[in-house]
Design a binder for this molecule. Structure first.
Ligand SMILES: Cc1cc2nc3c(=O)[nH]c(=O)nc-3n(C[C@H](O)[C@H](O)[C@H](O)COP(=O)(O)OP(=O)(O)OC[C@H]3O[C@@H](n4cnc5c(N)ncnc54)[C@H](O)[C@@H]3O)c2cc1C
Length: 385
């Protein structure tokens, strides 16, 4: 079988399918370093509670299940991958304190109450300092969202690929903008195709009627992040700084690297980061800790998040063409990908087994609307397979 796209979803699926004993080809328009994927620039925070302030309950549930899967999967990878579950620290400047009540009321409205009770803890200034000594005296209040995690995105992409290749994965790099129909020309004869091309699969996700015209079935949401080297700042866990325009986070990575993000703009623009975004992100970091003033800016990254109209992931199955499409990971790819890719791999397996109920995925890994037949267009008219 073939997997299209070697971003986050493609690599995770290829790895799982190889592990399940299948012969798999992974075909990618770019190179093995992942440059060009959203996964390459992501902060890779695994923060179901923090995200519940702006997401649906389903994302919290998928995220909570996925953090458990990441823990197990990272332990299986042959090379060490930076992964931690030391929680998220949420802080705010006095002028933004109204954001705190908005944040907590959204979290309480969306996340399961038992999760909130177990994981959300109010902190005073001493509590903030005990968790992050570098912030001592800087914030008189904060919140700890215990158990939340983060990964090294690039290390994870590298390790997944290495492990899958060691298991027999065949890779085709620099393949250009391919479709499933291009595979034979690449010498690949696949009984089933799993499409993980993110935004590159846009044409396969038909638009939906909306109040004013039509809503694209898949669109890109521009996100900008700054990567800095800041050896003088010692943060141990991701810190969210509540901000009226968008949630700003500062995520520590190995070797004194920090990812500061992220803007979220309703735009397909792929041009370099704007001065306004750079100023806002870097000022936020500097306001968190003045030692960020001496940090070195390594990268100013821009990518678009593959987003469906409901901002939820989806798996679409075209049984006739034997194509499974996974998409819509939006801003939660690292958070939810293990649960979503596991479900997609079960659909692939059912298709390979010629199971007439190829959508039959156990209820335990299914969420409402998760799997549906693909809507194709033949001679201009929609056909539901
Ligand atoms: C700025 C930013 C910050 C983020 N931070 C976080 C975070 O902290 N936590 C979190 O959970 N998520 C985060 N995300 C979201 C996460 O990165 C995405 O949800 C995830 O990467 C989507 O995975 P994907 O595999 O669907 O797409 P991608 O990772 O974009 O991979 C798609 C792959 O398909 C390839 N491709 C495309 N078209 C073709 C074609 N025609 N032929 C062959 N190959 C093709 C691309 O080159 C790419 O390699 C962030 C995203 C951005 C942009």
């Amino acid at each position: 079988m073939a997997v299209l796209g070697a971003g986050l979803a493609g690599r995770l699926c290829a790895w799982q399918l190889v592990r399940a004993g299948l012969r798999v080809a992974l075909v990618e328009r770019g190179g093995p370093d992942g440059v060009g994927s959203a996964a390459h620039v992501a902060a890779a925070m695994l923060a179901p509670l923090a995200e519940s302030a702006i997401a649906e309950r389903r994302i919290v549930e998928l995220g909570t299940a996925s953090v458990d899967l990441w823990r197990a999967w990272v332990a299986e990878l042959p090379e060490p991958v930076f992964f931690q579950e030391d929680g998220t620290l949420v802080v705010w400047h006095t002028r933004d304190r109204s954001e705190m009540s908005l944040f907590t009321s959204r979290v309480r409205a969306v996340a399961p109450p038992e999760l909130v009770a177990e994981r959300m803890r109010a902190l005073d200034g001493n509590g903030v300092a005990a968790l992050e000594p570098a912030l001592a005296g800087r914030f008189s209040q904060g919140l700890l969202l215990a158990g939340e995690g983060q990964l090294d995105n690039r290390g994870t992409l590298r390790a997944l690929l290495a492990c899958a290749v060691a298991g027999g994965l065949h890779c085709v790099w620099e393949a250009g903008e391919i479709e499933a129909g291009d595979l034979p020309a690449l010498g690949i004869c696949a009984r089933t195709v799993l499409d993980c091309r993110g935004l590159g699969a846009r044409a396969a996700w038909p638009g939906q009627p909306a109040a004013h015209g039509s809503m694209p079935g898949l669109r890109g949401l521009r996100g900008e992040v700054v990567r800095v080297h800041a050896p003088e700042v010692k943060l141990h866990r991701p810190v969210r700084l509540l901000h009226p325009r968008y949630p700003i986070y500062i995520a520590p990575k190995p070797n004194d690297l920090y990812v500061i993000g992220a803007t979220e703009l309703e735009s397909e623009d792929e041009s370099p980061m704007s001065v306004r975004s750079a100023l806002e992100l870097l000022s936020a970091a500097y306001s968190l800790h003045p030692a960020f003033g001496e940090a070195r800016v390594l990268e100013l990254n821009v990518q678009r998040r593959p987003t469906r109209p409901d901002h939820l992931p989806a798996i679409r199955v075209d049984q006739h063409a034997r194509i499974v499409r996974l998409n819509g990971l939006y801003r939660h790819g690292f958070l939810i990908a293990p649960a979503v890719t596991e479900a997609a791999c079960q659909v692939v397996q059912a298709l390979l087994d010629d199971d007439p109920a190829a959508h039959a995925v156990p209820a335990s890994v299914r969420w409402p609307g998760m799997i549906a037949a693909a809507l194709d267009t033949v001679a201009g008219s929609p056909v539901l397979h």
